[in-house]
Design a protein around this ligand. Structure first.
Ligand SMILES: [Zn+2]
Length: 365
């Protein structure tokens, strides 16, 4: 399990796009996130079990975490009008159609846990319903009560499988409750009272404004911190989030952003102006014409493999010509930027210089 602040890149299809396990090690990655829903559909959790589990399949010897599949079932299951007509939720579980071929599938808490045990990541997540934003209070309460019953069922199945398969996977329970303070606290109280190995905070990255997200996390943090267990924030991880949430005791966050941005030509960097950095979320676009003849590196202080060797003009060219190497060099840089910044935060939290570091980077506390 994770003990220190850790940024978790996302490798939906059991790969952090365009990077090898050796690359990941070289840029300071300790763990990555795989999506249960996608791997269940392709190549199938049973196939991965036959290959010896995700670690053997991917040749990655660091840690792994899988989600419950719930988030994808609920978000990909919606039709394009957002009416949610492709999923059916019952007390037992969720019926949904594959986004690949439209075939019907049914996930229950037990099934999600069985699939995750077949995949064999070190850390797994209880099955929950991630309510869309905004949700009415009445619906959010109903979904929450069901999520709590599913949490208990997930825990029972998990303990059974750990024993039966002689495994020691670690299970995170998920706090939900939409944007209602009393529901969030009710959920935090319940999830933190159960015998989970870690606490995850879910449903805070579903399209809501950032200050609301911070507030929802702050409502539940005191409960989670009291357990002394690792706390994972699901689907969050811009540069300012690293400071805001690691600074308050969150242990880990996963986010697709650094790799998604890399594929679109966006790179992370830091200028000397903290307010400018925060406003632009530390992002810039390599395809901008001003970089055509720029022989400096993506970030002047970056020690990543890309910045050790290549300049903006070359990467600009790779993106303009849609060469695959561009995506790879950019992914190396963006993920390094996140893991390295996390490392700076870790060190600053230990030696008491965190507030100074945060002001240096964000221009605010
Ligand atoms: Zn770099």
């Amino acid at each position: 399990m994770l003990k220190e602040p850790t940024f978790v890149p996302v490798g939906t299809q059991a790969t952090v796009k365009s990077l090898t396990p050796e690359d990941l090690k070289a840029i300071g990655v300790e763990i990555f996130f795989c999506n249960t829903y996608h791997l269940y559909l392709r190549p199938g959790d049973k196939a991965i079990k036959k290959f010896g589990g995700l670690h053997k399949f991917t040749r990655w010897d660091g840690q792994l975490i899988t989600d419950s599949g719930g988030f994808q079932v609920f978000s990909l299951g919606k039709d394009h009008n957002g009416a949610g007509s492709l999923i059916k939720i019952s007390e037992d579980g969720v019926e949904f159609r594959s986004h690949l071929d439209g075939a019907l599938h049914f996930f229950t808490p037990e099934k999600s846990i069985q699939i995750q045990h077949n995949l064999g990541a070190d850390n797994i997540i209880a099955f929950d319903e991630c309510t869309p934003y905004p949700a009415t209070k009445e619906y959010a309460q109903q979904a929450l009560d069901r999520t709590h019953r599913w949490a208990v069922r997930s825990l029972i199945e998990h303990k059974k499988l750990n024993k039966k398969l002689n495994q020691d996977l670690k299970l995170y329970g998920v706090i939900q409750g939409s944007y209602y303070k009393d529901l969030r606290q009710q959920s935090a109280e319940f999830i933190c009272s159960q015998d989970f190995d870690g606490i995850a905070i879910g449903g805070v990255s579903v399209g809501e404004p950032k200050d609301k997200m911070r507030q929802a996390v702050e409502w539940v943090l005191p409960y989670a911190l009291k357990t002394g267990k690792p706390i994972h924030l699901l689907g969050v991880g811009e540069v300012d989030d690293l400071f805001d949430f690691f600074g308050q005791g969150i242990t880990s966050m996963d986010c697709t952003l650094p790799t998604r941005m890399a594929r679109g030509g966006q790179f992370l960097h830091r200028t000397g102006n903290a307010k400018f950095n925060l406003k632009n979320r530390f992002k810039d676009q390599i395809m901008h014409i001003k970089y055509k003849n720029d022989q400096t590196t993506l970030d002047k202080d970056c020690q990543c493999p890309t910045c050790q060797k290549y300049d903006k003009a070359y990467i600009h060219h790779l993106f303009k010509t849609q060469e695959l190497l561009g995506y790879r060099l950019m992914s190396l840089h963006n993920i390094y930027f996140m893991t390295h910044t996390t490392q700076l935060i870790r060190n600053a939290l230990k030696d008491g210089t965190f507030e100074k570091l945060k002001i240096d980077w964000l221009g605010r506390l």
